[in-house]
Design a protein around this ligand. Structure first.
Ligand SMILES: [Zn+2]
Length: 200
C-alpha cells in the first residue's frame, strides 16, 4: 500500500457495491487493472475487490497515476477523448490473450460500447476490434520469430484459439501465412550469417 492509500474497509466496499452517493465526498476508488478512478456512486461495473485502491480524494488518485472515469467524472471535468482512447488501448494491450468483445472493453473502461467504438476509431484511426486484431498479429509475429512454438500454440497464446481463423487473419494482415512468415525470418537470418561470414 503506498502512503496515500487508505484501507478498503467493508464499509467502503459496501458503499462502492451499492453506488452510495453519501460517500462521494469521503473517498474515491481507483482500479488497478484499468488505471481509472471513480466516485463511490459510479454506475460502472463493480471491479474485483482485490483490484480496488482507496484514496481520500481525486487529487491523490491522480498523483498516484490514475485517470478520472469518463462516466462519473470524479474531478468534475470531462476526461479528454485522447486519454480515454489511451485507457482502452492499454486495456487491450494487457488483455488481448483472452476473449475481448467490445462490450467487455467498454465496461472495463467505464463507457458505452457505442461511445467507445466511435471515440476510439476517431482517435486511433481503427476500431477497438481492429486494434485487438493488430495487437494479436503483432504479438504472433514476435512469437513466430523468437520461439519454436507451434502455430496452434501461438494462435492460442494471442487469444485466437480458432487456428484456421488465426491463419486467415494473419495472412490477410501480413501477406504471409504464419509458417511462411517464420521461414522467411529464418532465411533472412541465414542470409545475415553468410554475409557476416564472407566479410572478414
Ligand atoms: Zn466512474
Amino acid at each position: 500500500m503506498n502512503e496515500n492509500e487508505k484501507p478498503l474497509t467493508d464499509e467502503r466496499w459496501q458503499a462502492i457495491v451499492s453506488n452510495d452517493t453519501a460517500y462521494n465526498d469521503r473517498f474515491i476508488y481507483a482500479i488497478k487493472t484499468t488505471g481509472i478512478f471513480c466516485k463511490p456512486s459510479c454506475k460502472s461495473r463493480i471491479p474485483k475487490r482485490e483490484n480496488v485502491r482507496i484514496y481520500a480524494n481525486a487529487k491523490q488518485a491522480q498523483y498516484a497515476g490514475f485517470r478520472p472515469c469518463k462516466r462519473c467524472k470524479p474531478t468534475g471535468e470531462r476526461l479528454p477523448d485522447q486519454e480515454w482512447a489511451a485507457i482502452a488501448a492499454q486495456y487491450i494491450d494487457n488483455h488481448y490473450t483472452g476473449p475481448l468483445p467490445l462490450q467487455t472493453i467498454a465496461e472495463a473502461c467505464h463507457g458505452s460500447p457505442y461511445h467507445l467504438q466511435r471515440t476510439f476509431k476517431r482517435i486511433m484511426g481503427v476500431s477497438p476490434s481492429g486494434y485487438v486484431q493488430k495487437t494479436r498479429v503483432a504479438k504472433a509475429e514476435q512469437l513466430l520469430a523468437s520461439t519454436t512454438q507451434s502455430v496452434a500454440a501461438i494462435a492460442a497464446a494471442v487469444g485466437m484459439p480458432n487456428v484456421a481463423y488465426f491463419i486467415t487473419l494473419f495472412k490477410k494482415t501480413t501477406g504471409y501465412t504464419p509458417v511462411e512468415y517464420r521461414l522467411r525470418g529464418s532465411l533472412n537470418e541465414m542470409g545475415e550469417v553468410m554475409e557476416n561470414g564472407t566479410g572478414e
